[in-house]
Ligand binder design. Structure first.
Ligand code: NAP
Ligand code: GDD
Length: 340
């Protein structure tokens, strides 16, 4: 049988790397787009090329950038994909306040550029997956589902909403098989170091090894619905295989505060934290050593906080039989094990 061809924008990121592995296992030919960088940016996928088990002959990388339509055009024509997964983005919410125009250009307009090429593509019908985000719900109350109103609290969220509606518009107006996966936070050993879960795990490990004294964090009260990236990429694939293109919310349905994540991680590392003070003056003391190991810093607060995210994923459970399997404690232990 002829192999399907997938093209992944964002293959060097957390999700892109797991999706590439999944699609290779499913016997796809996988093409990925990497950006030019002054230092290596392929460490999350290098093992795929090194491993015979992953059939490295079925994966190819191309230089490109979502801001450069000439590169998008030539990569799509060269690779002739059956499915395009757009996971590329400036994906950091806090940083989107510092580079708003860049974020809007990549995270917002990037999807439009790809969809325009798909619209005029003559060789075959290409299916399109867009990495939408629970951040779009912003200040809307949990649980959030496909029918919840978007109330964005960041330029990142606003850019993702632009992409979300662009996908719906191209689906309705031009009958393109285009879908949004509205994914809630998902983490893994491959998570970027400046997202809170990875920062907590790295920080507490370094404190335990006496390589760091204090871990500075922002809002400890915000709650998130955290799942495992490895199983969330399976939902992306399932969403594109469904005969009718639709948008789906993907999450665990359980939420925990940043402080709870911190305490769970500490517990697994044999650290007990005693909290003192409130708000910006809150500190966390190591019960054994009596030393301050956690401090709250204004620097890590958002311009506008998203307080509570928790998914209602009934639609994807019902229609695509996808459900999460990894508990938060297993997610943490997987991340710790890998770091060790
Ligand atoms: P990530 O680790 O930050 O990966 C982002 C990817 O986009 C990287 O491969 C990055 O390349 C690439 N990229 C950035 N700017 C680009 C540009 N101008 N042109 C081409 N590629 C560019 O993010 P992730 O956690 O895997 O998330 C994947 C997608 O899902 C993102 O769109 C994110 O916004 C969205 N999302 C994530 C979550 C989550 O919790 N992880 C939840 C909902 C939605 P470099 O490696 O060169 O930087
Ligand atoms: N990054 C970070 N650093 N966040 C902190 C810190 C800190 O030191 N201290 C507290 N937080 C809080 C943030 O204010 C936020 O409420 C929560 O921890 C999670 O922050 P991040 O891990 O940075 O993730 P995010 O929820 O803002 O965004 C992620 O999830 C979105 C889906 O909801 C990213 O992966 C986005 O790309 C994704 O769309």
């Amino acid at each position: 049988m002829k192999k399907k061809i997938a093209l992944i924008f964002g293959i060097t990121g957390q999700d892109g790397s797991y999706l590439a592995e999944l699609l290779i296992k499913k016997n796809y030919i996988v093409h990925g787009v990497k950006r030019r960088s002054s230092s290596p940016n392929t460490e999350r996928i290098d093992h795929i090329f090194d491993s015979v088990n992953f059939q490295s002959k079925n994966i190819f990388l191309h230089y490109g950038d979502l801001s450069d339509v000439t590169s998008l055009y030539s990569i799509i024509y060269k690779t002739n994909p059956d499915e395009i997964y757009n996971l590329a983005a400036q994906s950091h919410v806090k940083i989107s306040a510092t580079i708003p125009e860049y974020t809007a250009n990549i995270t917002g307009l990037g999807s439009l550029r790809i969809l325009e090429i798909i619209r005029f593509y003559k060789k075959k019908k290409i299916k399109f997956y867009q990495a939408s985000s629970s951040e779009m719900f912003g200040s809307s109350k949990p649980p959030q589902s496909e029918t919840t109103t978007f109330s964005p609290c960041s330029i990142y969220a606003i850019s993702k909403i632009f992409s979300f509606h662009t996908v719906k518009y191209y689906r309705d107006a031009y009958k393109i098989h285009a879908c949004n996966g509205i994914l809630f936070n998902h983490e893994s050993p491959r998570r970027g170091v400046n997202f809170v879960t990875k920062k907590i795990i790295n920080g507490l490990l370094r404190i335990k090894k006496k390589k760091q004294k204090i871990l500075f964090l922002g809002n400890l009260d915000a709650t998130r619905d955290w799942g495992h990236a490895k199983e969330y990429v399976e939902s992306m694939w399932k969403i594109l295989q469904a005969p009718i293109p639709r948008d789906y919310v993907v999450g665990t349905g359980k939420s925990y505060s940043v402080k709870q994540f911190l305490n769970k991680t500490a517990k697994q590392l044999g650290i007990k934290i005693i909290y003192k003070g409130k708000g910006l003056n809150q500190i966390g003391v190591d019960a054994k050593t009596n030393k301050v190991i956690i401090k709250v810093s204004k620097k890590y607060f958002r311009e506008k906080e998203v307080d509570n995210l928790r998914a209602n994923s009934n639609k994807i459970k019902k229609y695509l039989n996808w459900k999460p399997k990894t508990s938060i404690d297993h997610l943490i232990s997987d991340m710790i094990k890998n770091e060790l």
